[in-house]
Design a protein around this ligand. Sequence first.
Ligand SMILES: Cc1cc2nc3c(=O)[nH]c(=O)nc-3n(C[C@H](O)[C@H](O)[C@H](O)COP(=O)(O)OP(=O)(O)OC[C@H]3O[C@@H](n4cnc5c(N)ncnc54)[C@H](O)[C@@H]3O)c2cc1C
Length: 429
Amino acid sequence: MSEEKFDVIVVGGGLAGSTAAYILAEQGLEVLLIERGNYGGSKNMTGGRLYSHSLEKIIPNFAEEAPVERRVVKEAVTMMTENDAVTFNFRSPRLAETGSDSYVVLRGEFDRWLFDKAEEEGAIATSGIKVDELIVENKKVKGVICGGEEMLADVVILADGVNSLLAEKAGLRPRVKPSQVAVGAKEVYELPSKVIEDRFGLEENEGAAWLFAGSPTNGLVGGGFLYTNKQSISIGMVVNLERIGESDKTIEDMMNEFTKHPEVAPLIKDGKLVERSGHVVPEAGLSMVSTLYGDGFLICGDAAGFCLNIGYMVRGMDFAIASGEMAAKAVLKAREKEDFSSATLKIYKDMLDESFVMKDLSLYKKFPSFMDNPRIFNEYPEMLSNIMADMFIVNGNHGIPLRKKAMKHIKSVGLLNLVKDGLRGVKSI
Ligand SMILES: Cc1cc2nc3c(=O)[nH]c(=O)nc-3n(C[C@H](O)[C@H](O)[C@H](O)COP(=O)(O)OP(=O)(O)OC[C@H]3O[C@@H](n4cnc5c(N)ncnc54)[C@H](O)[C@@H]3O)c2cc1C
C-alpha cells in the first residue's frame, strides 16, 4: 500500500466539496478533491434553483461566467386536485437584485464548472474515483482509502451527499432514517427558448420557479416543481421516503399523472424528454443535523443534513456552498494553530451557528412536523378549489351567498382543524 499525505482531502465534488476545495487551494493548501462520478456534477441532481447569495460572496458576479440557465423573476405556488389548480403568482424586479437573486441551474454543468475552478486554483481534482472508507485511528480521521490505496491528510472534509455512507460506516453519524428524506424524481424537456419565454411570460434570460402541492404526490408529504432552463424545462417531484412506502402508487405513476395534469401538460407540450434522474434529498431540517466535526474531520452540505424544504421554497445548494466555505475557513484556522483536533475544528460549528445555515434551520425547525399532515396535501387543496369554483362559476342557479358556500367547504374539513393547522403553520414559520 502506498501512502500520500495532503493538507486536506475533500470527499465529493458537489457544491459543498468543490467550494471547500476551491477556497483551500486558493489559500495555497495541498488539497485532494475526490469525486466518484466521471466528472464533478455527473451524479448530482437538483430541482433547479440556486439562491446566489452564498456563492456571490466567494466568487463575486459568478453568474457572468458560470453556466447558469435563467435568473428567476417569477414565482408561482399551486395547490392542485386531480383536475383543478389554484395558483399564487409573484413577479418582481426585486427577485433579480444582486444578492437576492436566484438562478435555475443544471447540476451536471454547474457543478462541473465549480469543480474545474477548484482545480484551476491548484486542487488536485480527481473524478471517477470512489472513496471506499475512512482511515480512523483512536477516533481520529487520518485519511481515506480508495481502491486499496491509502491517502492521508491533516483533515478530511466529508461532502459526499445526503447518505454520507462513509461517516455512517465509520460510526461518525447515525444512519439516515426514511422519514428524514424524500425521493426526488426529475425529467427535463427540451423546448426552444422562445416557446419557453412565451409560455411563461418571460424575457430572454428571465426564469420562472413553480412549486405544486396536493395531487402531484397523491396527497403524500412532498410536492412538485418546475423550473425554466434556457432551452428546456426541469419538472419533477419529491415525496417523503417513508410515506411513499404507504402509497399504492409509485413515484413513476405520480410523475406520469403530474405531467399530464391539465395545468402542467400545456407547459411542457411538444417538449422532447431528454433526461430522467432520481436522487434523495434531506427533508427533516434541523432534526437531521448530527455530527459536524471531530478529530481530523468536518462534515458539510447534504452529508451534514443542511437542507430546507418549506413548501414554497427548497434550499440545499446555498447551504452546501456556505457550509463548504465555513469548513474551509475552519481548516485554515486549525492550520494556524497546527491543531486538527475537535477542540479546534469546533470553530466550524461556531461559524455555522452564527450563520444563516443554523439560524434558518432553527427558525423552521417545526416546519417538517407541520408538513407531516395529510390535510395539507388532500383536504386543503380540495377545499380551496371548491371555494374558487363557487367564486367563479356562473350557471344561472340563483344565489346562495359566497360566505355560506365557502363555509360549507370549510366545514367539510372542520373549522377547528383549519384553525389548529393555521396556528401550527404560522408558528412553524
Ligand atoms: C429533487 C431535488 C430537488 C431539489 N431542489 C433544490 C432547489 O431547487 N434548490 C436548492 O437549493 N436545493 C435543492 N435540492 C437540494 C440540493 O440539490 C442539495 O442540497 C445539494 O445538492 C447538496 O450539495 P452537496 O454538495 O452537499 O451534495 P451532492 O450534490 O449530493 O454532492 C455529493 C458528491 O459526493 C460524491 N460522492 C458521494 N460519495 C462519494 C464517495 N464515496 N467517493 C467520492 N465521491 C463521492 C457524489 O458523487 C456527489 O458528487 C434539491 C434536491 C433534490 C434531490
